[in-house]
Design a binder for this molecule. Sequence first.
Ligand SMILES: *Cc1c(COP(=O)(O)O)cnc(C)c1O
Length: 386
Amino acid sequence: MLKGTFPVARFSSLKTPFYYYDMDLLARTLDELRAQMARYPDYRMHYAVKANFNPEILRLIASAGFGADCVSGGEVQAALDAGFAAKDIVFAGVGKADWEINLALEAGIGRFNVESLPELEVLDALAGARGAVAPVSLRVNPDIGAHTHANITTGLAENKFGIAYEMLEEVIRRALSLEHVAFKGLHFHIGSQILEMDDFVALCNRVNELSARLSRHGLPVGDINVGGGLGIQYQHPNHFPMADFAGYFATFKKHLAVKPGTPVHFELGRSIVAPCGSLICRVLYVKQGTSRQFAIIDGSMTELIRPALYKAYHRIENLSSDEPEEVYDVVGPVCESSDVFAKAVEIDRCHRGDFIAIRSAGAYGEAMASRYNLHTLPEAFFDWRR
Ligand SMILES: *Cc1c(COP(=O)(O)O)cnc(C)c1O
């Protein structure tokens, strides 16, 4: 079967499971992103730190000149430590604690993406206490679905995120009346792993409709942050190692109505880092069941929880074998029935000790690792070859 190219000879001294990062692919992805964005001078990218906050990865993305999108005080600190400019950091989250807001005020971040009226008032008070004015965008719940997994849609009225569409005008008026917040724009984010450009078209239409209404009512709109969510081709990492950034930006260019010179902010996470990462594991046992055969590997849901949590698909390749494919359930050792990477997949015949690559695991992989079952957190191996 077709496989990625991995320096397998260098793996034998490493403790599995570990995350393998193709830093050359990440660098080329950042180059491509920069090249695409150069066509749209008003577009600004803030990498969504939660997708992967490994310091090495953050440093490379920061050095490429992008900003950061954070959802906690810990992420704001990690972004600052990695060299992201404070003015290019945006901070979202429905439940920002006082210490997190204070940390962000102290650093002088570029934007607070505020998700409720009570949060706006707390921000005003905390900024006031230090004689500061906090730059604010209001996160709007646009009440539109995306064609993705229910657990990763965020833009429906039933989701906890953002300010209800109907309450927006009231909250903008309140923001304008407060002394220690400066209203700067609107923020949206409809979900993740979105491959249907029509979902982004629906978002654009919603934004256009909303800004027209605000303008009619004499309210400012400011700049627009359309969030992230662009998906990748999990099925075909060897054919499509990069997300369709060109198509993505072209969609917004075509459908989003903004006055020339208005900044448009983006917050991509997954599409930037997912393709460059693989979880490398070894086969522990090949076990025959009554109706199926299991490849039991040393990696599990504690290193990569997406299959267990979202039934997410990751392509699995045996890097050590070129023998004919067989059908396996690929499972980890954790004591949970959901600790399964794939059921009935064809991979090259497995033997104890074979290296297995679980592909496209650079986003929401290492970042979501846990110590459940007292596993140790996975190490990372950075490949800067080529
Ligand atoms: C998670 C998140 C993103 C990034 O989403 P991706 O699907 O990884 O691109 C962007 N903005 C906000 C507010 C988020 O919570």
